[in-house]
Design a binder for this molecule. Structure first.
Ligand SMILES: *Cc1c(COP(=O)(O)O)cnc(C)c1O
Length: 252
């Protein structure tokens, strides 16, 4: 069952308390952490409710589902345009569709994907924000760049220089914490991500805008905020449990 608007309002209030407390502990401002509402497996009505509660940024795992809910531009309560973040792995043949629907793709993990995105964005034309996903938890089921190869990968982008990717903005790094049920277990990978992001931001050039860290979900957002997250991706705490037996993009 989907949450009612009132249920969502109280879940949002509880989440905001968690976020504010974590910001206080970390000595950070609430404004330094963007809340991305992960609406995957929830219907368009849930997105409407979220917008009426002030949501500006949504995360979707699958391109087709993102298109269903976010192809039509809409306006947030604050007057800004609602933004769609693609946060799941994107197959090569779906990169163009992803580039069209997304304001930001968090899950780029190969040079082939970077090159193809530059091409499709040049043709659209569009300038797209991208983040590189790092498999910092080093779990085999998770996608993303291997931690041992991430630095060499980023270094290879420095070598090419900014003129190689005029339609892409490299905005930062994304990771999924360890899936142990213990938030503290993810601290080390979040800290690893922050160190890598800071190192490349300092290089400037193609990494001049590399100021984002997408990390933290329902179970580990406090630790992520303490370790410097600028974008938390939260689904369950806002929308409730997902019903995986009912994909939103199935024809009805
Ligand atoms: C589903 C998903 C989330 C949201 O997870 P919750 O635990 O429901 O908050 C965040 N990030 C990614 C990449 C996801 O796939």
């Amino acid at each position: 069952m989907e949450f009612t608007l009132e249920e969502m309002r109280s879940h949002l209030a509880a989440l905001e308390t968690r976020i504010s407390n974590a910001c206080k502990i970390a000595g950070r401002s609430r404004e330094s952490v963007k809340l991305v509402w992960v609406s995957k497996f929830h219907p368009a009505e849930a997105v409407e409710n979220a917008i009426s509660l002030g949501a500006t940024d949504f995360g979707e795992n699958r391109v087709q589902e993102a298109e269903l809910k976010f192809a039509t531009p809409r306006t947030a309560l604050d007057g800004s345009r609602v933004r769609c973040h693609v946060i799941g792995p994107v197959q090569s043949n779906k990169l163009k569709k992803a580039a069209i629907v997304a304001d930001c793709i968090h899950s780029i993990a190969s040079i082939e994907a970077v090159e193809k995105l530059e091409k499709v964005c040049a043709a659209l034309p569009k300038t797209l924000d991208i983040l590189f996903q790092i498999n910092a938890g080093e779990e085999e089921t998770k996608s993303g760049l291997d931690v041992h190869e991430a630095e060499a990968f980023l270094e290879s982008l420095v070598t090419r220089g900014p003129s190689a990717f005029p339609h892409l903005r490299f905005r930062g790094l994304m990771t999924i914490g360890k899936n142990t049920g213990v938030a503290e277990d993810s601290r080390e990978c979040f800290a690893f991500l922050r160190n890598l992001q800071q190192k490349f931001l300092a290089k400037g050039g193609v990494f001049a805008n590399f100021d984002q860290l997408s990390m933290g979900m329902t179970g580990d957002l406090e630790v992520a905020i303490e370790e410097g997250s600028t974008m938390i991706r939260v689904g369950t705490a806002l929308f409730g449990e997902r019903d995986y037996s009912k994909p939103v993009n199935d024809p009805v």
